[in-house]
Design a protein around this ligand. Structure first.
Ligand code: HEC
Length: 131
């Protein structure tokens, strides 16, 4: 009888130990997965914060160069005073508005759908810089 109850105690002690170990193991797995998720999210946030508004040069090279480098469909060419002079005389605000909304064959935002108004303005300033 004594031996039996001792065995019983041992078994329950073992079971309690096993259950605890398992809990620890799953906690361990959770804690291993968590930092990975956190690191990933933190990295994505840092990337967004670091990118901020793009420069006029970046936007021009990405979205405007295709037409404005060689003057596709009569687009005023990059830093070409003859092409830009009559347009600059309309005022920068008008140029920005036309670039944002589209103007004849000039597509709205120059096809840069994710460009902010400021980024479009910066791209125009880059195209007419020094003129
Ligand atoms: C698909 C070709 C194309 C792309 C891409 C393009 N443009 Fe144009 N853009 C034109 C054409 C064509 C005109 C001339 C329209 C006219 O005067 O009839 C023009 C004219 C302009 C003008 C002068 C508007 C005015 O009032 O005289 C500005 C400013 C301008 N584009 C800015 C941009 C910017 C900034 C980008 C890039 C974000 C861009 N364009 C991308 C074709 C393009």
């Amino acid at each position: 009888m004594k031996i039996k109850s001792l065995m019983c105690l041992c078994v329950s002690a073992f079971l309690a130990f096993a259950a605890q170990t398992q809990e620890l193991a799953s906690d361990d797995i959770k804690s291993r997965i968590q930092p990975l998720g956190k690191v990933h999210v933190a990295g994505a946030k840092a990337e967004t914060a670091a990118s901020g508004p793009r420069s006029g040069t970046q936007i021009y090279n990405k979205s405007c160069v295709a037409c404005h480098s060689v003057g596709v469909l009569g687009a005023p060419k990059f830093q070409d005073a003859t092409d830009w002079a009559p347009r600059i005389s309309k005022g920068l605000d008008t140029l920005v508005e036309h670039a944002l909304k589209g103007f004849n064959a000039m597509p709205p935002k120059g096809t840069c759908g994710d460009c902010s108004d400021d980024e479009i303005k910066a791209a125009i300033e880059h195209m007419i810089e020094g003129l």
